[in-house]
Design a protein around this ligand. Sequence first.
Ligand SMILES: [Zn+2]
Length: 264
Amino acid sequence: MSDSGVGLLVALLGLAVGSFLNVCIHRLPRGASVIAPGSRCPDCRQPIRWFDNVPVASYVVLRARCRACRAPISPAYPLVEVTTAALFLVQFQVLGLQPLLVARLLFTAAMIVLFVVDLRHHVLPNVVTLPGIAVGLTCSVGLEPGWFDAWLGAAGGGGLLLGIAKAYAAVRGREGLGLGDVKMLAMIGAFLGLPLACVTLAWASLLGAAIGIGMMRIAGVGWQHPLPLGSFLALAAVAASLAGEPFLDWYSVATGGLLHRFLG
Ligand SMILES: [Zn+2]
C-alpha cells in the first residue's frame, strides 16, 4: 500500500479513536464505565444509534443537534475527533509505519484525554495516568527509549515534579501542584525517557507562564485562578514526542557552542 493510503487509514483510525476519546472525556471524571452503556444524548438520555454516531459526519448531518430532542451538541465532540485524526497523521508522517508508531498513538490519545479533562475539571484521572505509566514502561522494553531510560524517565520525571511540588508547598504554605501532575509526568517519562520529560516540563512551564501573564493582563492584577498544568503538559508532551529529539540536538550544539566561546 502507498504511503498516502496508509496515511488515510491512520487518519480514519484517528477519527474512530477520537470518538472513543469523547466517551472517555465525558465519563472518566464522573467515574462511569467507558464500555457500557452505549452513547446517549446527555440531555434526553435517548440512545444514539450507530448512524448518528459516525465521527464528524453525524455532527454535520444532524447540524449539531440531537435527532430526538434537538438539544445542541457541543462542537468539542467533532473537534476532539478531528484533532485526534490530525495528530495521528502527524505521528505517522514523522515515524512512518513501525512498532513505535503504535506506542506513540496510544500516548497521543491519552494526552488528548488528559488535556481536555484537566482543562474542564482540573483533575488528571488515575485511571489514565497509572495504567499509562505501566503501558509506557511495557512498550519501552522493545522500543524507544528502551526499558532502562523508561524507568529513569518515570522515576525522574515524577520525582522532579514531586520535588517542585514539595518545595512550592514549603515556600508558599499551600499546595500549588497536584499529585495528578506528578503521575502524568511519570507517564510521559515512561513513554519518552527523562530528557524528553524534562523538555516537556520546560515547554509546559513556558507556555503556562505566557498564558498566565496574558490572562493577568486581560483580567487585571490579582488573577488567581489555578492554571491547568496537566493541559500544558499534554500539549508539550505531544510536541516533545514529535520534535523533542531534534530540539535537544540543536540545544546541545547551541549551548555547546556558547560554552566553547566562554571557555575558549
Ligand atoms: Zn437528545
